[in-house]
Write a protein that binds this ligand. Structure first.
Ligand code: FES
Ligand SMILES: [Fe+2]
Length: 390
């Protein structure tokens, strides 16, 4: 699996160099003096190519839950910044990630999710075992052809708290080390024991960073969400090199709209502080993990062509909650809350993208204190985009 080479060498029409670090000096300052990313970071194809190569391919990207493929032979095809991948549980019980690409002519092997004894390419019938090995290539008698050289392309995979992370050449430090303090903060949620109960995906007409930035600040909530969840007040809870977490204190959690009851049981064994707190953790590059008193939700924003991204919204709850006979009724108000807020967010995010593309140059205002993670994210991103080529 490969991504476009994001070598930062492109010159803009006005003569300035797109990747000249001097352009980004205002972003690099302390929060009180800093400015936002220039508009072309959200619109320029060269910047997008650099992100694929230097950010997504080189990071651990959250792609789903291990419990989404619970049994040997279970697979799920998921979209990533670097194309479709297959999550596949082998006969040995291990979950693996493969490029969803046949080694014969590159046809996509599978869509959606299911259970198989082997993966059979729909094009000419090449067949792969659950460990990715090529087991049959009907009619191929080419001289020098060795099936073991044509197994599926495996990608590095890691599990943290039941979440699966995949990259192409990700950093040596995996999620376990990178999110250590966050795991401590969320220990009593017992995320690794939860089960995935909801997963939807939609295409949104904005750059992925606009979606990520929107999700890590509460500055917009009083205006954008005046008609739904209203003002949310976050404060910083924990910071790590590859994440930042905010917390919001509200009795009853934040899972439902004001006036709607939170019908899911509180997570068994949840600590007293965590019962009152809802955490919003940005896991760089592109996931926001929300853990509240009865459930956990994740939102990933994945680049999907010029000025567009795919937003994945997933939810997980303790297995005991999911097993309740009236679970669908209990979770319905939570889905109404997330859908209402997301509709409002999508409208403002798409409006921002359209305006940046039309007007350019007007994105780089100062930060509010509550935009601390937007500033942090911008600098994390620039650390990678502007790093000297190895
Ligand atoms: S492309 Fe898969 S078997 Fe030919
Ligand atoms: Fe929002």
């Amino acid at each position: 699996m490969s991504v476009p080479n994001g070598t930062p060498n492109r010159t803009m029409a006005d003569g300035a160099v797109l990747f000249d670090p001097a352009r980004f000096a205002p972003v690099r300052g302390p929060l009180g003096r800093a400015r936002g990313l220039p508009a072309d970071c959200y619109t320029d194809p060269a910047f997008r190519a650099a992100e694929l190569h230097r950010v997504f391919a080189a990071s651990w990207n959250l792609v789903g839950r291990a419990d989404e493929v619970p049994s040997p032979g279970d697979y799920r095809a998921v979209h990533t910044a670097f194309g479709s991948i297959l999550l596949l549980r082998g006969e040995d019980g291990a979950v693996r990630a493969f490029a969803n690409t046949c080694r014969h002519r590159g046809t996509r092997l599978a869509e959606g999710a299911g259970n198989v004894a082997s993966l059979v390419c729909p094009h000419h019938g090449w067949t792969y075992g659950l460990d990715g090995r090529l087991t049959a290539a009907p009619g191929i008698a080419a001289r020098g052809f060795t099936p073991r050289d044509y197994g599926l392309t495996a990608l590095p995979i890691a599990i943290w708290q039941g979440f699966l992370f995949v990259g192409i050449e990700p950093s040596a430090e995996g999620p376990e080390a990178a999110f250590q303090d966050l795991a401590t903060l969320l220990a009593s949620h017992r995320l690794d024991e939860m089960v995935c109960v909801h997963r939807v995906e939609r295409r949104v007409a904005c750059d992925w960073k606009i979606a990520l930035e929107n999700g890590v600040e509460d500055y917009h909530t009083a205006t954008v969400h005046a008609g739904s969840i209203g003002l949310q007040r976050h404060r910083l809870a924990s910071l790590g090199p590859a994440y930042g977490a905010m917390v919001m204190e509200r009795a009853g959690g934040i899972g439902t709209l004001p006036g709607e009851a939170a019908g899911l049981p509180v997570i068994p064994g949840l600590s007293a502080p965590a019962r009152r707190a809802s955490y919003f953790a940005a896991l760089f590059p592109s996931t926001i993990l929300n853990c509240t008193r009865d459930s956990a939700w994740w939102l990933s924003a994945l680049p999907d062509g010029p000025g567009a991204c795919r937003i994945v919204l997933g939810a997980c709850v303790p297995a005991t909650s999911a097993a309740a006979p009236d679970f669908d009724t209990r979770i319905a108000p939570y889905l109404r809350r997330w859908n209402a807020a997301l509709e409002e967010d999508v409208a403002i995010m798409e409006s921002r993208q359209a305006n940046l593309m039309a007007n350019g140059g007007s994105a780089a205002g100062p930060f509010a204190p509550s935009e601390i993670l937007v500033h942090r994210f911008a600098n994390w991103l620039l650390d990678r985009i502007l790093a000297p080529s190895p």
